[in-house]
Design a protein around this ligand. Structure first.
Ligand code: FE
Ligand code: CA
Length: 524
């Protein structure tokens, strides 16, 4: 597909007008969500069409998105679906017998959106758990469980949520979701690397990707379907709502906006790939229609709240960022890294975030995002400092602006949640983390990978001498479970002893607490 791209579209760095128009034309073929069931034909399925399970997400105090996808043969082209719309019935109920559903309806699943279904169930009670399910062609889905948030003006006593990221299919089993489910969180934050784009590995792995490195819409769809066949992942999606955001591997390793790490890929080529990737992501996730992609653009940053206890801001640090100025993996905080023109958030998202933080009334302000914000020098030997150049250090001026904003507007109790790095970290954040005599303004809890990297190690790099901001570091696999009250924020680092074989056991490795009003990390 890419070699047929007209050279006129191979524009430097930005979406050309012609490319934009071609996306606009493609967009017009995507049907509106929630359209009525007029043109569907009757269908019967030879195998369970709900092989992808169910999911819910992005709840507010009166509504939640319910999701499923028809795929009787999830690992075949088009999921084994016929080439015409298929009617799907949905219902949501206060009990799992569905004797008195509070709401129900019918929609058409269509090939244009991979036979995915996104229902906005609304007029629900605040702070309430519900059950939901789908039916089509005589088949019924499993029952999902979901909840709404408390009223914005309510003062809920407590909130529990899990934080996860980086679930490489080939490198481990998703066993840790079993323990997460037992702990019964109100919701899950997934911070990206939900899939990896790479071709099937060369053996020695726990299980194999299907096919080559993914670039086409069909390949991205297939990859998501392969991951979602995992029973533990399906069960966790069915257990509570999720708030998801992506990192790089949902498209291409370390991409920045329209720039690929591979030097022979033009921005126009990367944008075409990004459009495929974003559409497949939207189709697979329980996202609101406001996140529906338009060609290579998709609004994923958004906010929510759990009464007045917590406001949260789900960020997208991939789509709008400027290119990594020091593109060599690691390096010093040099002039390139400190250039105020570098941006991870992009101007629009930055303004939205700054305005939202300024007007927030939440006791806790939680930033759910991708890459590590602490300025951690990761050089274990020698004198030259080495900061990761795909993370906030390479965008140090914008990072500094954000922390100054938090200080100047007295944003209360800011907690940054991070994935990407495949290791656990607990960090105290200053305007410049290298200067530990300056006040701490926020805290950061970085979750390790669920599986990426295979079985990890409890042995950490010895970085504490160089990094007084860092209070904990560990390289095992797992996730974080957070408990929030008006007085404390507790982060429990859950680790699993085995991801390469079934039967891994998940336990608490370390637990930290932040008291409201004092952004310092203490052992709990
Ligand atoms: Fe990752
Ligand atoms: Ca990543």
């Amino acid at each position: 597909m890419f070699d047929r791209l007209p050279s006129a579209l191979q524009h430097e760095g930005h979406l050309s007008r012609r490319l934009f128009l071609s996306y606009a034309a493609a967009l017009s073929t995507i049907p509106l969500l929630g359209q009525t069931a007029g043109s569907a034909k009757k269908v019967t399925f030879s195998s369970n069409p709900f092989s992808m399970g169910v999911a819910s997400g992005d709840p507010d105090h009166h509504s939640v998105i319910l999701w499923t996808r028809l795929a009787p043969k999830p690992l075949e082209a088009a999921g084994g679906m016929p080439d015409h719309p298929v009617e799907v019935f949905w219902e949501i109920s206060e009990d799992d017998s569905f004797k008195k559903p509070v709401s129900s309806g019918k929609v058409n699943a269509t090939s244009a959106l991979g036979f995915s279904v996104h229902i906005e169930a609304s007029d629900l009670k605040p702070d309430h758990w519900y059950f939901y399910r789908f039916q089509s062609g005589g088949a019924t889905s499993v029952i999902g469980r979901t909840r709404t948030m408390p009223l914005p003006e309510a003062n809920p006593e407590k909130l529990r949520f899990a934080v996860t990221s980086c679930q490489h299919w080939e490198q481990g089993l998703f066993t840790a979701y079993q323990e997460m489910k037992k702990d019964n969180p109100d919701f899950v934050f997934h911070l990206g690397d939900y899939i990896y784009e790479y071709a099937a590995g060369k053996g020695g792995n726990v299980r194999r990707h299907l096919g080559p490195e993914i670039e086409t819409l069909d390949h991205y769809r297939l990859r998501y379907c392969q991951y979602r066949t995992d029973a533990d992942l399906q069960a966790m999606h069915a257990a509570c709502p999720w708030f998801l955001t992506w990192d790089d591997h949902e498209v291409d390793n370390n991409y920045a906006n329209d720039i690929s790490e591979q030097r022979d890929v033009t921005p126009a080529q990367l944008l075409l790939r990004r459009a495929n990737a974003y559409q497949a992501y939207y189709e697979m996730m329980p996202l609101r229609p406001s996140s529906m992609p338009q060609g290579p653009n998709m609004q994923l940053y958004r906010k929510g709240n759990f009464g007045k206890l917590a406001d949260f801001f789900v960020l997208d640090t991939r789509q709008y960022r400027s290119n990594q100025p020091n593109n060599d993996g690691r390096g010093p905080l040099n002039e390139a890294a400190l250039n105020p023109r570098n941006t991870l958030l992009g101007e629009g998202q930055r303004k939205w975030l700054f305005d939202s933080l300024e007007s927030s009334t939440g006791t806790w302000n939680i930033l759910a995002q991708q890459v590590m914000m602490a300025l951690v020098d990761r050089n274990t030997k020698g004198d030259t400092a080495a900061y990761s150049m795909d993370q906030w250090p390479d965008y140090a001026a914008e990072r500094q602006k954000l922390l100054e904003h938090i200080r100047d507007h007295k944003v209360s109790n800011t907690v940054v949640l991070t994935g990407d790095i495949h290791s656990n970290w607990a960090n105290e954040l200053r305007i410049d983390d290298r200067k530990d005599d300056r006040p701490t303004l926020a805290t950061e809890f970085v979750t390790t990978s669920l599986t990426s990297g295979g079985n990890g190690s409890a042995k950490a790099f010895d970085l504490s001498d160089r990094n007084p901001c860092n209070k904990f570091h560990n390289r095992e696999r797992g996730y974080i479970m957070c408990d929030v009250t008006s007085k404390t924020y507790t982060a429990d680092y859950m680790v699993i002893n085995e991801v390469t074989k079934p039967g891994g056991v998940t336990t608490s490795r370390a637990k930290f607490v932040v008291e409201a009003g004092k952004p310092l990390i203490h052992p709990a």
